[in-house]
Design a protein around this ligand. Sequence first.
Ligand code: ATP
Ligand code: MG
Length: 425
Amino acid sequence: MAKQIQAIRGMNDILPTQSPLWQKVEAELRASVSAYGYSEIRMPIVESTDLFKRSIGEVTDIVEKEMYTFEDRNGDSLTLRPEGTASTVRAGNEHGLLYNQEQRLWYMGPMFRHERPQKGRYRQFHQFGVEIYGIASADIDAEVLMLSARLWEKLGISEHVTLELNTLGDSEERATYRDALIAFLEQYKDQLDEDSQRRMYTNPLRVLDSKNPEVQALLTDAPQLSDYLGEDSKGHFSHLCELLDAVGIQYTINPRLVRGLDYYNRTVFEWVTSSLGAQGTVLAGGRYDGLVGQLGGKDTPAVGFAMGLERIVLLLETLELTKDIPAPVDVYVTAMGDNCKIEAIKVAEQLRQQLPQLKVMSHCGGGNFKKQMKRADKSGASIALILGENEIAAGQVAVKHLRNNNEQQLVARDDLVTTLAGLVE
Ligand code: ATP
Ligand code: MG
């Protein structure tokens, strides 16, 4: 037998048994953003490598070691997008969507990062994100957090996620703080791990985010960014907290929360769960007022977040919140004998025409009663319709209940639509 080809490590198929859960999550996401009046944007999956280098930052995990970068046939350096924000800004600038305008956008799609695959961490994964342009005030920061809280509610996971919040101030404030932090870290240089030593001068704030408990212990007396913030930054943050308090969204202020991408300023946040082990961040984002200008547009305030869909799906599975996912088929139509096939097809088509919400599968390929009923059961349908010669002669259809003990009914063809409409909502 020929050798089978396997999928690329860390890149998953979403199988037919899994896709109903994905579709449910996606439908809730679409409904939520639409309730806030946001518009969808779809960007290419491949961009110029420079776009990500200039936005995410040269000294970040993503750009240093996670990008899928390749040369195309023209010798241009291209990269499979590792995230959606940079592409959204690129598209916004390119099409004049950001210039003196407000935009509330959302996107959903695959992202690519060459990371070590493990539970909740893959090389192709999917993000759902929102990006808002042209609004500097904290009410929009609050809105995206309200939107995310509403999502958790709709998905039934509000009890399992918590919000961590921080402010990074403006770039000048961060620059002053950066110097103070470097001076502090220099005292402990020999005790820092390799990663932190490397980051110390290039991206010292990332040291705060270290997962190494020994590094974390050294940081106890490190200078705090909050002590370096000016009145404007402080006011922005306290206004955000006030709004969240007013709408009843709980949060923890985490002064070490810095995020791994360079473009953030002021507000940063993460929604985390303790139910997924190490990969506990399900949604992350913040404000990035400098990025539009940095990528060649006119300075435009911006805020957004990205959510990892695999982690949400995993969370729903872990919490066993997948029970109300509808089966792909409601009604399975069988035909007992070759003479009944045409009538069975007509019945199925009539149902699809008159009950467009109903999911109707026709048995194909013949076979005896037992075989057809087995298929009906396997399809997940709650009802099988049986068309045999007797039923057809009498202008009737037998309605067999597959998921409860109700008696089989004989229904006149003319009444079938009404009967089924009542049985399957
Ligand atoms: P992490 O700290 O888990 O590496 P990150 O800071 O790299 O996350 P972001 O770039 O902010 O993550 O992406 C936002 C969200 O996308 C994450 O919170 C997570 O839910 C999801 N995500 C990021 N990388 C992956 C991945 N490799 N596989 C699956 N989901 C991911
Ligand atoms: Mg990462």
